[in-house]
Design a protein around this ligand. Structure first.
Ligand SMILES: Nc1ncnc2c1ncn2[C@@H]1O[C@H](COP(=O)(O)OP(=O)(O)OP(=O)(O)O)[C@@H](O)[C@H]1O
Length: 585
């Protein structure tokens, strides 16, 4: 079966919960046994209590009972079976659904972890809304498939076999008549499953696009309002929304068309049995109770047939979602550590770019034969026109992307052979967009160093000039910043990002346009913060700000390749320290 195979994507998350699922499946089989017993009290009432048939054979123990007592017994048995059935249903629901929720949580956690460790190249392509849709809706549908497999497939199959055996023993002719419609039904179910799967796949793809667009538009609500482009936003959302609606309606039409077809076919089978069985009753070849039992069993036979065809639709939907879940789980696009990767050196000599070539897209080189050496303790300012690749240089140092050619070295060791986490721990990064979380000021600063104490955070805040504005926030360092730090000004956000770098104690600080678009007063505060924060550290600074570039020991221009050889030369550290001491650094 194709759909269950695709559900194997949930396998590792299912395994720890397979005992619970197995228990649920066993109880469901027990429930099938109860269902198979349910027609018999009616037969007892009709044939023996009302019809006066003699109680012989395995019913002889009831022979002394009068008709009234037999009727009460039949009623009580019917109620008793219903109660047991209900209790089983309760336990099955709790066990299976509970296990499904746990499996869902585990699957989401695995997917999230997977997504968080994929390369930025992958994230550049995958919209975050699309990813959210896969983590939530698609995981939910895969779980529906797992639950349906546990609670429907096995019992329906057991029920089918059980009823077939009983009917075969009871009346093989009527069984054959009743089964006449089943091959037609099965053929239609197979075709239907393929159609449902295709329409569901299309609907899920459209839904993912809608989630992507929604996240993008909501994140940019400020731009939409500031530019008065509500028409554009609602237009784009409306188009995507309509596309989802149309795809879902198509999927519903395909799904719904199936129900009446199956019901009519099954009704034809029942009618044939009723006519032929009724004639047998009239001929005296069969009792009324017997006919009632056969028709009840036939209903029980059709119920799993209908159940299995419905299951096929659920699995088709789950299969479409499983493909989308699998795309995340099985994506191996990541910056990975080699087996036996080293701990990155402590950065006591230098960092070097040697003949580095890099491109985000195959046909668009960003860096080509790029060389740069930054000695430990040095502050280098990287300048160059917009889009030349300055931020890219910082990304390559952090090993957020792998270089295509050449090498990035820390103390002479290629970062490619070092564990990513240890490489990143050598750098404190202040990105152009400060990347603040929806957490408190203190939590945002401590993000730079999980071991930071409250005192470390406050000291970093002091050094990064956060103290200058913290008094104006309602709860000081415990004020929640809102999504992306919306409750702060640009300069305030940058100073928190600098405090985050300060608290990290990494030997080298990477700063990307930290004073861009700030007014002179805020820029001066940020420059002061940087000077305090970067004392005694190696610094690579990207800026167009003259005041800020003045704190550098060297300025490197990315637009002048002929300078690069000169810049790659080692710097005299003693000279550097002397210049720093004399106040030039
Ligand atoms: N994630 C990405 N995917 C594809 N191309 C990218 C990506 N990030 C940057 N680029 C491209 O790479 C080039 C270098 O970008 P980068 O951000 O390094 O430039 P920059 O010199 O820092 O520019 P600016 O001064 O404007 O910040 C640009 O042409 C940019 O379009």
């Amino acid at each position: 079966m194709k759909a269950p195979l695709s559900l194997s994507v949930a396998g590792p998350s299912v395994r720890p919960h397979s005992p619970a699922l197995a228990a649920a499946a066993t109880l469901v089989v027990l429930q099938v046994g109860i269902t198979l017993l349910r027609p018999w009290p009616l037969a007892l009432a009709v044939d023996y209590a009302l019809g006066g048939r003699p109680l012989t054979g395995h019913l002889e123990f009831l022979a002394g009972m009068g008709s009234a007592k037999l009727l009460v017994l039949a009623g009580a048995a019917s109620v008793g079976l219903t109660i047991v059935d209900g209790l089983l249903e309760l336990v099955i629901m709790q066990t299976a659904e509970g296990a499904a929720e746990r499996i869902g949580a585990a699957l989401r956690a695995t997917m999230f972890e997977r997504a968080m460790t994929r390369s930025l190249r992958w994230h550049d392509r995958m919209r975050s809304g699309e990813l959210v849709s896969r983590l939530t809706t698609d995981v939910g549908r895969v779980l529906d498939g797992v639950v349906a497999l546990t609670t429907s497939f096995l019992p329906d199959a057991v029920m089918l076999v059980g009823v077939l055996v009983l009917l075969l023993a009871f009346d093989p002719t009527l069984l054959l008549i009743g089964l006449a419609v089943v091959p037609v039904l099965a053929g239609l179910a197979v075709r239907q499953r393929a159609r449902i799967r295709a329409t569901q796949q299309a609907a899920r793809a459209e839904s993912g696009q809608l989630s992507g667009a929604t996240t993008d538009l909501l994140r940019n609500v400020r731009a939409v309002q500031a530019f008065g482009r509500l028409d554009h936003a609602t237009g784009e959302y409306g188009d995507r929304n309509r596309a989802v609606l149309e795809a879902e309606l198509r999927a519903i039409r395909v799904d719904a068309r199936w129900t009446p077809v199956a019901d009519v076919l099954l009704a034809i089978g029942s009618a044939l049995v009723l006519v032929v069985g009724g004639l047998s009753v009239l001929n005296g070849a069969m009792t009324v109770g017997g006919l009632l039992v056969v028709t009840a069993y036939l209903r029980d036979l059709y119920s799993p047939v209908r159940g299995l065809t419905r299951l096929s639709a659920v699995l088709a939907k789950a299969g479409a979602s499983a493909i989308r879940v699998r795309e995340v789980l099985e994506c191996d696009e990541a910056v990975t550590d080699r087996v036996g990767a080293w701990i990155a050196p402590p950065l006591v000599e230098d960092v070097r770019f040697e003949k580095v070539g890099f491109r985000y897209e195959p046909d668009q080189p960003v860096l080509d034969d790029f060389n740069l050496r930054i000695a430990a303790g040095e502050t280098v300012c990287l300048i160059g026109p917009s889009g030349i690749g300055k931020s890219t240089v910082l990304h390559l140092l952090l090993r957020l992307y792998e270089v295509n050619t050449g090498r990035v070295l820390i103390d002479g060791v290629n970062v490619r052979y070092c564990r990513q986490l240890t490489v990143r721990s050598r750098f404190a990064y202040v990105p152009q967009d400060p990347w603040l979380l929806d957490a408190t000021v203190a939590e945002n600063i401590a993000f730079g160093n999980p071991a930071a104490t409250r005192a470390d955070v406050l000291e970093a805040g002091r050094n990064a000039q956060v103290d200058e504005f913290i008094g104006r926030l309602p709860h000081g360092y415990d004020t929640t910043l809102g999504e992306s730090g919306v409750r702060l000004s640009g300069g305030q956000r940058r100073r928190i990002a600098i405090a985050r770098a300060v608290v990290s104690y990494a030997p080298m600080v990477l700063l990307d346009e930290p004073t861009a678009s700030l007014d002179p007063r805020s820029a001066a505060a940020v420059v002061k913060a940087i000077q305090t924060a970067t004392a005694h550290r190696t610094v690579l600074l990207v800026t167009h700000d003259r005041a800020l570039s003045a704190i550098a020991d060297r300025v490197v221009s990315l637009s002048l390749p002929d300078l690069q050889d000169e810049l790659a030369k080692p710097l005299n550290i003693a000279d550097l320290r002397q210049r720093r001491a004399s106040g030039r650094g």
